[in-house]
Design a protein around this ligand. Sequence first.
Ligand code: HEC
Length: 110
Amino acid sequence: MGRTSHKVRNPKNKPDALLEGPLNYYLELAQEEKQGRPQITQLPDNSWLYVEPIYAQPMCLACHGSNIDSKVKTVIDEKYPDDEAFGFEDGDFRGMFWMKFKEDFGEDES
Ligand code: HEC
């Protein structure tokens, strides 16, 4: 479970091969100025992947916008020297929430 993005602040949140597919799908929608919806997919090992797109809201721009307060910016740059997660605008596709889980939905009791 976590958050990922095409532009991460924390490099630990970079997408792995599994997350790149849905991330690119939401990015393509965003290029057409469309918002995506959550999705759930069954993986080859029968576990499930839930993904939900995240869109920037005005309050997010204080830390992810183009005009970040210099004191905030200093702290961000100290903690996240490889920060890419700025320059967003209200409504921009910001990233994706994801969750992987195993669930048999009660059908396989054996
Ligand atoms: C007070 C500053 C602040 C605000 C406000 C803020 N963020 Fe962040 N955001 C951060 C920091 C710091 C991280 C890195 C967290 C970590 O180390 O995992 C982050 C990480 C993220 C990530 C994970 C991917 C990455 O870049 O590492 C997403 C997605 C995200 N923020 C979206 C949002 C959204 C959407 C909002 C508004 C609802 C928001 N943030 C508001 C500071 C902020």
